[in-house]
Design a protein around this ligand. Structure first.
Ligand code: NDP
Length: 296
């Protein structure tokens, strides 16, 4: 079997087009422009690239982008004061604090100081609890993007066996909750899982979110399974820098029914879902109907 490639780049462009369309309608019919505030503390080069890209795409879909760049020595008090200001600013519908934060800042405290209704990353403890209990929440962007692609490919996920490799708070755990919400039978694997190959071989859906280059070989994949590769790993091969996923793409594509490539799979969906979440937050704040197909 040669797997169908799930084109995350094209999928994300389609999500952004839907968001732009809804934003235009909100402006025209209600005079409301959704606004996303992104807070960056320090000068981490990767974070700077992400923040720039987020700001650019926010503006491209017609939303307002507010960037707050604070120096690496910013005190917790000052950061919390800025978040408080953004929480109370009616022009701001979504707030994202770029992680990781410098070591002297308490990440949990900072994230939990964001108004849950504006927490477009879905990391606030209230949103985690709402998702876990099957209630309406803000859903973390990367797992939301994975879910959208899976629903698009399969229609219903009901009754499917899903394995999520990785149990982080930002990918693995929320991914498992979302799959459970769509009535999959979910196994969450991690570094202590016994016989991981056997666990993965039983899965109709494999979501790999580990951070280890190409650790899942093709012979772990059940014939016809759908493989969603969240991993982004920079490696050097043949003297060149390369991005690879957590799955060995070449061998997995020979057995899977469908697979996301790296790059061009899950990656582009993350920012697209951030924009979708900002639109959702804006609609909720203004008692407007939520955009269809852009939430969990
Ligand atoms: P974390 O490091 O927070 O979590 C990794 C998870 O993998 C842990 O639960 C760990 O288990 C598990 N793990 C580690 N080694 C093994 C192993 N040998 N076998 C099974 N499980 C293992 O990573 P993240 O969840 O933050 O990210 C995972 C990957 O996804 C990274 O490559 C990251 O770059 C990428 N990513 C991509 C995004 C995108 O936009 N596409 C967004 C976010 C992340 P344990 O808990 O036992 O330690």
């Amino acid at each position: 079997m040669v797997a169908q490639v799930i084109d995350g780049k094209a999928f994300a462009a389609n999500v952004r087009a839907q968001v732009a369309d809804q934003v235009a309608k909100l402006k025209e019919e209600n005079g409301i422009t959704p606004g996303l505030a992104v807070v960056l503390v320090g000068e981490d080069p990767a974070s700077q690239v992400y923040v720039r890209s987020k700001g650019k795409q926010t503006v491209e879909v017609g939303m307002n982008s507010y960037e707050h760049k604070l120096d690496a020595e910013t005190s917790e008090e000052d950061l919390l004061a800025l978040i408080d200001k953004l929480n109370n600013d009616p022009a701001v519908h979504g707030i994202l604090v770029q992680l990781p934060l410098p070591k002297h800042l308490n990440e949990d405290l900072v994230i939990n100081s964001i108004d849950p209704a504006k927490d477009v990353d879905g990391f606030h403890i209230s949103n985690v609890g709402l998702l876990g209990t099957g209630q309406k929440s803000m859903v973390p962007c990367t797992p939301l993007g994975c879910l959208m692609m899976l629903r698009d490919h399969h229609g219903s996920l009901s009754g499917m066996d899903a394995v999520v490799i990785g149990r982080s708070n930002i990918v693995g755990k929320p991914m498992a909750q979302l799959l459970l919400g769509d009535s999959c039978t979910v196994t969450v694997a991690h570094s202590r899982t016994k016989d991981l190959p056997d666990v993965v071989r039983r899965a109709d859906i494999v979501v790999a979110a580990v951070g280890r280059p190409e650790m899942v070989p093709g012979d772990w994949i059940k014939e016809g399974a759908t493989v969603i590769d969240v991993g982004i790993n920079r490696i050097e091969r043949d003297g060149k820098n390369k991005l690879v996923g957590d799955v060995d793409y070449a061998s997995a594509a020979e057995r899977a029914g469908a697979i996301t490539p790296v790059p061009g799979g899950v990656g582009p969906m993350t920012i697209a879902c951030l924009l979708a979440n900002t639109l959702t937050a804006c609609c909720r704040a203004n008692s407007r109907p939520e955009p269809e197909g852009l939430t969990a």
